[in-house]
Design a protein around this ligand. Structure first.
Ligand code: PGA
Length: 255
């Protein structure tokens, strides 16, 4: 049994107005109570962060953002910085999501700068990595993931590394209903933990949570979460309704 507490993070993507986000957050607060057996993070869009922060106040549910800029301030129209997120009581930030990489041209060096900036400002980065279908079919999954982990985490000090969260999200499984088998996921998770061991020492690697993401649902979660190196989930579609998200929390608590 691992000593890592499971973490379930909901990635709401570009869904929900501030009012809709508050409704969902209220349902979660009422059901999760003050002592969840798992760590819970919700990541609404920027426009709902402030109102959801108010709803979560006093609960154990943590607030995450879906992206940020690496610089603390400046002439970067349309961007949001780590200090701005911190001022809204944000504690986590998703970085390098495959949608950002594929649709907005985000590169490993950019993810790296953001990761360093997040850690510097006491935000916990949830750094996303994962291969495309073509890369998996070309048997280059581990090579791709290795490059993303090594480049994305370059320069992270051993002392800060335990604050990292890694999300392994095979691109072909995101929003497609096609979930990785527990064997496929565990293989990559164990590989990532080995890489983290080389970068930061084994004891530190044992403390870093590695989440699985990609069509995780209440029906497939128990098998995934039972794997030795799967420490939780980054949940898209199934995080948009209280019932399915709460069922995922229950699955994580039972694993
Ligand atoms: P999904 O999304 O659960 O809808 O596949 C996961 C993610 O993109 O983080």
């Amino acid at each position: 049994m691992s000593t890592r507490k499971k973490l379930i993070a909901g990635n709401w993507k570009m869904n929900k107005t501030a009012a809709d986000a508050v409704t969902l957050a209220q349902e979660l607060v009422a059901a999760v109570g003050r002592q969840p057996a798992v760590d819970v993070v919700v990541c609404p869009p920027f426009t709902a962060l402030e109102s959801v922060a108010r709803t979560l106040d006093g609960s154990l549910i943590k607030l995450g953002a879906q992206n940020m800029h690496a610089e603390p301030s400046g002439a970067f129209t349309g961007e949001v910085s780590a200090p701005m997120l911190r001022a809204l009581f944000v504690t986590h930030v998703i970085l390098g999501h495959s949608e950002r990489r594929q649709l907005f041209g985000e590169t490993d060096p950019a993810v790296n700068l953001k990761t360093l900036a997040a850690l510097k400002h006491q935000l916990r980065p949830i750094v996303c990595v994962g291969e495309t279908l073509a890369e998996r079919e070309a048997a280059s999954t581990l090579k791709v993931v290795q490059a993303q982990v090594e480049r994305g985490l370059e320069g992270v000090g051993k002392d800060h590394a335990a604050n990292l969260v890694i999300a392994y999200e095979p691109v072909w499984a995101i929003g497609t209903g096609k979930v990785a088998t527990s064997e496929q996921a565990q293989e990559v998770h164990a590989f990532i933990r080995g890489l983290l061991g080389k970068l930061f020492t084994d004891p530190v690697a044992q403390r870093i949570r590695i989440l699985y993401g990609g069509s995780m649902k209440p029906a497939n979660a128990p098998e995934l979460l039972a794997q030795k190196d799967i420490d939780g989930g980054l949940i898209g579609g199934a995080s948009l309704e209280a019932r399915s998200f709460l069922d995922l929390l229950a699955a994580a608590a039972a694993s």
